[in-house]
Structure formats: C-alpha cells, structure tokens
Write a protein that binds this ligand. Structure first.
Ligand code: IPM
Ligand code: MG
Length: 364
C-alpha cells in the first residue's frame, strides 16, 4: 500500500531543509521499496502570496487524506503586517486544529557529540533525553472570546481565553503516561495551579487519570515557572513532561536549547485513533523559518530529518528504519561534520545539502 505524504515546505529555510528530507524519502523508496508517495503543496507566506490565504481548502483536503504531513516552517518579516487571519502561522494552527493533532511530542535529546555546543555545562546536558508532550489544540491559542475590543474610554482591550475541558486534559495526559511506560516511566505534569483555575483542573484530572489507569508510572506535578528553572538547573531529572499549549511552547524552546541547537529538534503532532486504529499526524522541526539565513544553504536539516524519522516510527511502524536514520545522524556527528549552528573549532563545517548527503551515506 502506498504511504501518502504531504510535504508543505513553507517559508524561509523550510524548502532547503525539506529538500534534504525528500532525498532521504527517495532513498527509502529506492533501497527499501518503502512506497512513499509525495505530494507537494504550499502553506504559509508562500501560499498567501499565490492564493491570498495561508493555506487553501484544497491543501487542507489533501492534508486530511494523507497518512502524514511533513512541514518545513512558516512565516517571515515579509508577512508580519498582515491581519491576523492571513498570517502564515495561521496555516500551522489550522492544520493542528482541523487534523485534531492534540498531542505534540517534542523530544529534547542531547547527543554526546553536541554537549559542547550547548550554552550549559556539558555534564549538565550530555546524554539528556527528555520528551515534552505539549497539548496542541486547546488552551489560550484557541479559546474564545478572543480579539481586540474598543472600550468607551477610548482604550483598547486585548482578549485571549485559556480553557481546558476534562477530556482535553485526559487525552493528552494519557499520551504522556503511555510514552513514559516505554521510557523511564516518569511523568512531570506542569501548570500554574497556584494562580489559574484551569491549571488546578489540569492537576486534578491528571491526578485522577494516574490513580485510575497509570499507577505504575511515577507522577509528579510542578508549577510551570519552576519547571522552566529546573530545566536549566538539572534537566536530567525529567523523563516525560506534559503541559498545556502555551507553557509547552515555551518550555520546549527552552529544552531545545539544552541540546545545543534548535536546529536539532524534531517534533510529531498526533491525533487520537479512530475505530480502525488510524490517526492523523504532522511532523515538523521545532525551529522556525529563520529568514535571516534562508536561501544560503547553511541551515541545519537534521531537525527535519529527525522529524521524518519520527514519522517512520509513529505513523508507519517502521521502528527499525527510524533507528537506522537516527543512528545515521549520530554517525555523521561523530565523524565531526557540523552545520554552522552547531559548529565548534576543529570540526568540519558543512552546508545544508552536504549534511543531507552525509546522512544518506550512513544509511544501510
Ligand atoms: C511552535 C511555534 C508556533 C507556536 C508558532 C509558529 C505559531 O512557536 O510550533 O512552537 O507558537 O505553536
Ligand atoms: Mg514555539
């Protein structure tokens, strides 16, 4: 059976890094008869320029019919002044919402080879392996009311609303507990239950689910600000962190930097399973479109390549191939090859496309 992939390379460095992923997909089709069928479409600023919309209904329909979406990056200064609904980021948010991708998995793994590239001491980050599970379709990103109101005194009032229902919390916490069972069996749930009612509900629902279904997993709760601090103090205390959309956005960037570079961080966004066990998924690097370095062939394609490895693992049950691809990345780093963002003295600086080619030489 054909495996339908929709590639949305997007803006900035998106097309460059996705190009390297495409080479790897072609390798899998040729050498492993993997039968991936690629469709390429527009999303983000590039789609706005052509169609006046950050993503069209036609592309959304293809996304809904694909086995997995591979996204590069969206956004850039060119589109900063657009009204909210036209901004490139809306493409991303619509994909997340319409595909119901409520569980966003952001692993922060610090390869030994890159421990020196982190701004933290190598002993703090070397061999770090954290999984952040970020709720992705709720909270303040999507709550209503939202908008900017004019007040009678001439002032304006900006409004966004943070909401979570029991089932929204349960389903993402369940993903976190299940992942923990396959790792080091520890979940840290983060909220601000000291100031937010929705945070208190979050804590209670996670607690209840733990009691009823996941007693074998070690659970602790942490206020999100403390978690931000603990991540730089002693990150190896964490295994799986589960948190809401906004805290997850921030904590995952912070965790990302522990690993040396955001250019290394992949992510998977998953929906729930239907009765047939099928689910929707989207894979994307955590770095943005990095317009300042776009088009220069210097961006790090490893986050996108590792995102494709997550697709192999989660969407296509190709765990062995995913391991092989992860190991290929490790081998290339061990050999001393580095893109600019992770460059250290004494290493061999390579371009985006060279990095992709080097990874392919390590595939078997
Ligand atoms: C992310 C990004 C997005 C977010 C932006 C681009 C809308 O920061 O995926 O972390 O805030 O979710
Ligand atoms: Mg972010």
């Amino acid at each position: 059976m054909k495996k339908k992939l929709l590639i949305l390379a997007g803006d900035g460095i998106g097309p460059e890094v996705m190009n390297e992923v495409k080479k790897i997909i072609v390798w899998f089709n040729k050498k492993k008869s993997a039968d991936f069928e690629i469709t390429e479409e527009l999303a983000g600023g590039i789609s706005f320029d052509k169609h006046g919309e950050p993503i069209t209904d036609k592309v959304m329909k293809i996304a809904l019919e694909s086995d997995a979406v591979l996204l590069g990056a969206v956004g850039g200064p060119k589109w900063d002044k657009l009204e909210f609904s036209k901004k490139p980021e809306r493409a991303l948010l619509r994909l997340r919402k319409d595909l119901e991708l409520f569980a966003n998995l952001r692993p922060a793994i610090c390869f030994k080879e890159l421990a020196n590239a982190s701004t933290l001491k190598p002993e703090i980050v070397s061999d770090l392996d954290i999984m952040i599970v970020r709720e992705l379709t709720g909270g303040i990103y999507f709550g209503s009311p939202r908008g900017v109101e004019k007040l009678s005194n001439g002032e304006k009032k900006g409004i966004n609303t943070h909401t979570y229902t029991t089932s929204e919390i349960q389903r993402v916490a369940r993903v976190a507990f299940e992942l923990a069972r396959k790792r080091n069996n520890k979940v840290t749930s983060c909220e601000k239950s000291n100031v937010m009612e929705a945070g208190l509900l979050w804590r209670e629902v996670v607690e209840e689910l733990h009691k009823n279904e996941f007693k074998d997993v070690e659970l602790s709760h942490m206020l999100a600000d403390n978690c931000a601090m603990q991540l730089v103090r002693n990150p190896k205390q964490f295994d799986v962190i589960v948190t809401d959309n906004l805290f997850g956005d921030m904590l995952s960037d912070e965790a990302g930097m522990l690993t040396g570079s955001l250019g290394m961080l992949p992510s998977a966004s998953l929906s729930g399973k239907n009765k047939a066990g099928k689910f929707k998924s989207m894979y994307e690097p955590c770095h943005g479109s990095a317009p300042d370095i776009a088009g220069k062939n210097i961006a790090n394609p490893l986050a996108s390549i590792l995102s494709f490895s997550m697709a192999l693992r989660y969407s296509f049950n190709m765990d062995k191939d995913a391991d092989m691809l992860d190991n290929a990345v490790k081998d290339v780093l061990s050999d001393g090859h580095r893109t600019a963002d992770i460059m250290e003295s004494g290493k061999n600086k390579v371009s985006t496309s060279q990095m992709g080619d080097l990874v392919i030489t390590k595939l078997k």
